[in-house]
Design a protein around this ligand. Structure first.
Ligand code: T46
Length: 132
């Protein structure tokens, strides 16, 4: 199994819903960076890369999208369609985010600061790195 969907507790009451995510509890690492993707174009995927070191936790806090993870041997596609569901993308896992709904806001929590050199953007290089 490359990863699995994690379900968070919803702390709701008559005023609405609230979800709390804490480092080393719901999120299996210390967070250093948060970014979010929205206003995506129909049929245009994002990602298509792996990271040497960075672990990421992905949550569609609005709308839905799919995430395909690939460990070089097999691929699994996950549907993120509820704000109380998250998915870990570990280091050295190729990830592609696709099939975004118009209203999708994809929140990403990461354990590393942004580093251009942490990216593997070429799939053949990714496979070679796994083998080395
Ligand atoms: C991922 C998917 C879901 C920064 O300056 N800081 C950042 O933290 C990030 C993530 C990006 N950028 C800059 C780098 C590019 O000039 O923002 C621009 C777009 O980034 P990128 O082409 O990497 O966007 P995506 O959607 O292909 O990938 C991003 C993340 O990089 C990636 O880790 O999983 O979102």
């Amino acid at each position: 199994m490359i990863s699995k969907l994690e379900k968070f507790k919803i702390l709701g009451d008559h005023r609405g819903q609230l979800i709390a995510l804490e480092a080393q509890r719901e999120i299996p690492f210390e967070m250093k960076r948060v970014f979010y993707i929205y206003g995506t174009q129909e049929g245009v995927p994002r990602g298509n890369h792996a990271h040497y070191k960075t672990k990421q936790f992905l949550i569609a806090v609005s709308g839905s999208c799919k995430v395909t993870l690939d460990n070089g041997m097999k691929k699994e596609t996950f549907v993120l369609d509820q704000p109380n569901i998250g998915l870990l993308q570990d280091a050295m896992i190729w990830g592609t985010m696709h099939d975004f709904s118009d209203d999708c806001v994809l929140l990403v929590l990461a354990d590393q600061y942004y580093d251009h050199d942490d990216y593997i953007r070429d799939y053949t290089q990714f496979i070679n790195e796994l083998a080395s």
